[in-house]
Design a binder for this molecule. Sequence first.
Ligand code: LLP
Length: 429
Amino acid sequence: MERGKRADVPESSHFTPLADGALGIDGASLEELARAHGTPLHVMSWSAIETAYRSVELALGDGPHLIAYAMKANGSPALLSRLASLGAGIDVVSGGELYWALAAGVPADRIVMSGVGKTDEEIALAIDSGIRGIHVESEPELDAIESIARARGVTARIGLRINPDVDPKTHPYIATGLHDTKFGLELDVARRLLPRIVASAELELEAVACHIGSQLPRAASLADAVEITARFARECLAAGAPIRSLDAGGGWPIAYGDEEEAADAHRAFGQAIREGMRRAEVPDLEIIVEPGRALVGDAGALVTRVVFGKEQAGKRFVIVDAAMTELLRPALYDAYHAIVPVRPRTSAARPADIVGPVCETGDFFAVGRLLSEVERGDLLVIRGTGAYGASMSTEYNARPRAAEVLVEAGGVARVIRPRGRVEALHPRE
Ligand code: LLP
């Protein structure tokens, strides 16, 4: 599967060796963390998140902007409140996410809501909490928002999420901006809805939005999508809609280590957004972005212990105590994650399938990956798991959720999610 692919370990100034040679996270020992909190263990560096946030902020330049963190990447309330204190807003996609964003103290006027299947309850919650904007993805959704707002005697603030039909050149499962995906409104549909929205007493159209996909390698595709969206913003303004922002979605990439060519830098994504707006000759609008992975992906790693080694049918298996339950990305997208021993060994590396204990052939982290000899009890660290790692975890095979630890300045580790308990897997009425 991954033979022949590049298999590098991305550089990091957060996951670095300590004085004794074993890997640490911002100066905290991964061995100690594993001893104290058990394995599998999700670890996150707050300083890596803050650095990424500042880098996205810098890329957006001096104009008005809002970084609405896509909390689906990692919804830990501890991260949400810390990000909010830096000035971030949140992109939510469910009533559950909205609940937690509000509970974490994120101001409602910094919350936007996306999603193709918002229920009446979710729409009502969004309206009642006074969020910044509900991003509409279909005509029936618009009908629902309008009638729920009417029943409450209020005006709902909305955005129109355009499907700009731009190919983001990413994995098909995470491409969202092509016409044949379920996301967003086709331009002609959005155009048709415009007069009705402007005339409605229950709707205030304050944003246009797009999101073309995740882990975008090239910023140029975003410039194209923003141009299309910004041209539509002009039409909305001309029709009398009080548009004040353009939401360019997320999708800014991180380096996992298997890239043939490095993806474009944050700077290029910021420039691409400005370029798209310039080409559309749209007046100054506030820019909203919804990065998830770019803020937290690189900041997280999954620490796991080797349970057994096994040679079978001429293959070497390294069986670890983490599984697809803690990190689904390799099983779901054949995604690459760098894997390194916490304490380096000098033995020659040879190919191994690094697999979990779950009863699925797809329960692997790497296939044919070069790895030094390891022994039972050794720790491995799986990098780049801060986004869509813990947040996509499941309890399959009656495996309680792994604990999550946030390492703050000076290497102080804080448990932000205690390990789940087997007895709590099936709560009684
Ligand atoms: N905004 C919207 C409307 C989205 O649908 C998404 C992601 C984002 C923002 C954030 O995208 P990001 O900046 O993280 O690329 N589970 C997959 C990724 C799914 C992304 C879904 N939507 C993975 O593990 O790669």
